[in-house]
Design a protein around this ligand. Structure first.
Ligand SMILES: *Cc1c(COP(=O)(O)O)cnc(C)c1O
Length: 378
């Protein structure tokens, strides 16, 4: 009976994968090797003196305290168990159980849950609605004013999702940070879909905190994230325990201890290199978007698009689903038959996908598949 848990094969392993969650988290060959080397539990702790990021062998210290601060453009970095854990650490440290925060309306659900757990009341800057779902940076000022009027205090934190995880919209972060500075509200940049894909520099953008996701965008097995904190906030976010002198409270004493950190490090060289090719990724995404629009779909969000995460509205596919034998599962099944994976089963009218890291010929194959499927049901 229990043997069913063994040797489970991954059916989607050899498909062309356009799942936005997965395109940036595919392991490099070096990371795959690290996965085997360091797979045993607590294997990274051989030479630990009590603080994960101070381990010299393997070179976690150099990675966390030299390579990552330079990469993120921020002074203090820690490894977390994911982007959400990084956001939670910042929120919990600043909130101390109360207060307001201002998020963009496109923020990820985990930002709201992190706020809930931290006891922060999250208000939102509304998006512009269909079809752009844009965030106007100036609306942060309005939201700050409203919080002030209502509570008598400034919000404790502003959050910008860069880009958001639905439409892949890129908001002018510098303009948001200018407003935050005017109101003296620290800014947290959620770069779960940016760090490891595209150039992001916290200092250039004026962000006080930045988070990234290793398993989403840094070619790592995860669960793992990175958290950057600007000079001046490190004693708040990374405060030490009163009882265990070396242990940081918001990190619960230790975070990603295992294959997650080793795959993140093993892929880092490739990740730094791929970020330099971001322009190419944007061009591919724009090309792909235009191809699907030629087939009668409509891309929502920023246009021309500036990110590989694309959201489509497909009235034509929806209409097919109304009469197809498989109903709303027809698209998933048709794509699966062509070894294309990543659009959620049952979705036809609205779905997102990602072109990140895929060769043009694979993207052409996906376009041809859509073309074929649409004509087949016409
Ligand atoms: C995926 C995602 C997250 C969550 O990332 P984890 O590392 O899994 O916690 C947070 N924010 C956005 C915008 C995301 O797309």
């Amino acid at each position: 009976m229990l043997q069913k848990f063994q040797g489970v094969k991954r059916s989607t392993l050899n498909a062309i994968n356009i799942s936005p969650l997965q395109t940036g988290g595919k392991l490099t060959p070096e990371a795959r090797e690290a996965l085997l080397q360091w797979g045993d539990g607590y294997s990274v702790c051989d030479f630990c003196l009590g603080v994960l990021d101070e381990i010299k062998t393997p070179p976690i210290y150099d990675f966390v305290h030299e390579a990552l601060p330079k990469f993120l453009g921020i002074e203090h970095v820690r490894i977390t168990n994911g982007a959400r854990e990084g956001m939670f650490a910042v929120m919990h440290a600043l909130a101390q159980g109360g207060g307001c925060a201002v998020f963009d309306e496109n923020a990820h659900y985990s930002s709201f849950i992190a706020a809930e757990r931290a006891g922060l009341d999250a208000r939102t800057v509304p998006n512009s609605g269909h079809p752009d779902y844009g965030i106007n940076p100036d609306d942060y000022a309005k939201a700050f004013e409203e919080v002030k009027k209502e509570t008598g205090k400034s919000p404790l934190l502003a959050l910008l999702t860069y880009p958001d995880g639905n439409y892949g919209n890129i908001v002018d972060a510098k303009r948001v940070s200018k407003i935050c500075q005017e109101y003296d509200v620290p800014l947290l940049l959620n770069g779960a879909y940016a760090v490891g894909r595209m150039p992001v520099n916290a200092k250039d953008m004026g962000a006080d905190f930045i988070v990234g996701s290793g398993h989403k965008s840094m070619a790592s097995s995860g669960p793992i994230g990175v958290l950057g904190v600007r000079d001046g906030y490190e004693d708040i976010v990374f405060r030490k325990s009163e009882h265990f002198k070396k242990k940081e409270v918001e990190m619960l004493g230790c975070t990603a201890r295992g294959t997650a950190i080793m795959t993140l490090m093993a892929s880092f060289h490739s990740v730094v290199e791929r970020v330099k090719r971001w322009d190419e990724e944007v061009r591919k995404a724009q090309w792909f978007s235009a191809q699907l629009e030629d087939l009668g779909l409509r891309q929502l969000g920023d246009k021309p698009h500036q990110h590989d995460l694309l959201f489509f509205e497909a009235q034509n596919l929806y209409e097919i689903s109304q009469k197809a034998k498989d109903g709303r599962y027809f698209l998933y099944n048709e794509l699966k038959a062509r070894k294309i994976h990543g659009i959620k089963p049952g979705l036809t009218k609205h779905f997102k996908l990602s072109t990140f890291g895929l060769p043009k010929k694979d993207l052409q194959y996906v376009v041809d598949a859509f073309d074929y499927i649409i004509k087949k049901y016409a």
